[in-house]
Each structure stands twice: as C-alpha cells, then as structure tokens.
Design a protein around this ligand. Sequence first.
Ligand SMILES: C[S@@+](CC[C@H](N)C(=O)[O-])C[C@H]1O[C@@H](n2cnc3c(N)ncnc32)[C@H](O)[C@@H]1O
Length: 337
Amino acid sequence: MIKKTKSQTRFREALHPRATPQSAFVSQCLRDRAFYADEKTLVFKADARAALAWLGEAGVQVDCIVTSPPFYGQRDYEVDGQIGLELHPSEYLSSLLEVFDACRGVLKSTGSLWINLGDTYWSGKGQHRSDEKKQSARRFGLRPQDRKGDGLWCRPKQLLLIPHRFAIGMQERGWLVRNDNVWIKPNPIPDQVNDRCSMSHEYVFHFVKERWYYFNREAVGRPSARGTSLPPFDTWIVQTSRGNGRHKASFSEELIDIPIRATTPGKGIVLDPFAGSGTTLHYARKLGFRSIGIDIKREFCDMMVRAVKGISTGSDQSQRPHSNIQRGQISLTFGEQ
Ligand SMILES: C[S@@+](CC[C@H](N)C(=O)[O-])C[C@H]1O[C@@H](n2cnc3c(N)ncnc32)[C@H](O)[C@@H]1O
C-alpha cells in the first residue's frame, strides 16, 4: 500500500473542505444577536470585532471573507465606533489589523480572505472649502489628512501607502499574501491635480492562513488554446460602482466575482465584516452560498436585509455571470509559489 504524505493529505482536504454545520449557522445564540437571520443569511448590526467574537463562540467557520473596509479619511459614516477617521494613519492600521485578527478566528484553515483597499494622500490643507457637487458626499469638515501632520508620513502631498503598510502588517501577523490584485478603474473619480498622475487603481489583496487552501481555478479561469483552464490575471479592469442608493462606497458584484467563485466551495459560507449595502451578501446568496454581513450602521443593515430578501435561496453555483475581468496566466495551483 502506498502511504500518503502529510502534505498530500492536506492537499486533498483543502480540495474538499468540510461544510460548517447548519446547526451552528442557525444556532439560537446567533439568532438572538442577529439584526436579521434566515437559513442562508445572517446580518449583525455591531462593531465588526464584537460580531466576529459571537461567530467564534457559536463555532461558525467561514470559507471566504470578502470585504472593503472604510478607507482612511474618505468618509464619515456618522456612527460611534466607526473605523476610518483616526487622527494618525498608524491608529487606523491598528484598528484594521485588529479586525482581521478577529477574522482569523472564524476563517477555516482552508479559507481565503480578500480585502479591497485604496490609498489616501495627506493634504495638510486645513478645512476644505470646495463645494463641488460631485464631491460633496465625501466632505465632512476637517478630515484627518487635512490636519497639520507629523512631518514624516503625514506631510502635504504624501501618498500614505496604506495598502502596502497594511499588507506588510498582515504578513507580520502570520498571514500568507497570495496576490496584491490591482483593480484598474476605467472610470475613476477625476483627481484635481497637475503635478502627478491621476489615481485609477485600488488593491484587492488575497490572504490565506495556510499553504493548503481551497481554490477552484476552473470556476474563474479562462480557456487556453489547448482547452485547459488558465488562472485569472492579477489585474482586473472593472467599472467603479455608482454607489448603491444611500450607500456611496459600495463595490460592484463584478469585483467580487473571482474571490467568491474561486474560494467558496459548495455549501460554503461567505462573510463580509464591513458589509455596507450588502453587495457581498446579495451576490453570495445569488450563487447559492450562505452569507454573513456585519455593519455598524443600522441604515446599512436595513439595506442589506432588503438586498438579500429579493433573492431566493436557490443555488445557481454552476452559472457564470457576465464579466469583463481579464482572466490571465499566473500559475496558481496548490502548493506552488
Ligand atoms: C466601504 S463601506 C463597505 C461597502 C460595501 N462593500 C458595499 O458594497 O456596500 C465600509 C462600511 O464599513 C462600516 N463600518 C465602519 N466602521 C465599522 C466597524 N467598526 N464595524 C463594522 N462596520 C463598520 C461602514 O458603516 C460602511 O458601511
């Protein structure tokens, strides 16, 4: 008899992760704390760190976490406990890292974490006077980056390199960085600058906990000339979302297509700890997966519930939506680099 090596066993286990029992998903302790609960979806109105602890206590383990945290100094959600308006970017990074430490506890060892993050310039300009209509939703008095600054990271014209610092922080806490996918925006918000290039990209980092993890290349690949499946490129050309009703910072389903399809197995669970209007939940539910959304603001939790209620809980995991994401040639099989 040929004996399997430890890594062969873990490789096989990663291909077929065990589904989290439905009894944990619908447990009374979670339903008591949920803003909304049905057999496929849970919504929590809470600080992400608190709700992640509840999930951990209930024994819920998820397969795929996809999220877009508040970017530094971009928006005021007008709710106590919000992340994003810390006085120094290092405090913001600490808050984010704390949330993703908590995510680690609820992510399966075979799971993936995808984080969309954009950067911010320090301006040091003081109060904004612009009343330009298009930008007005983003103005909220003195933003942290409009303050005087520390003269080092925080000096006028400095790109803070938030995504880079964040990814290095994640590495230092034990996460494996698989890709720093670049989201290229063909329709970015115009930058009012004349001495640098105009920003038209953000990152979608792919982190995992372990070397062996679930990745369904066939679900997201593109056919090669020989009829085999090539993995997607790490550059994704996707239109920006125009916002979802009263939520001005929503992302599009197209941006989360690869993350969800590639790293959620059948009967899997998708989690978004900064779920906003519920794009992740809506899309995961459409594909037949169970989903969990957390947001600190009641208005957004209401939006999430409306988003998921419109979708029947049937599975259409086999169907592919229309997508113009460029699919590419990086070799991304288990155990390779
Ligand atoms: C960029 S938005 C996410 C948008 C979402 N991807 C969508 O498609 O609508 C970030 C969200 O994080 C929420 N948020 C801010 N601080 C939070 C915290 N401490 N815990 C949980 N949610 C928080 C905000 O209310 C906001 O809805």
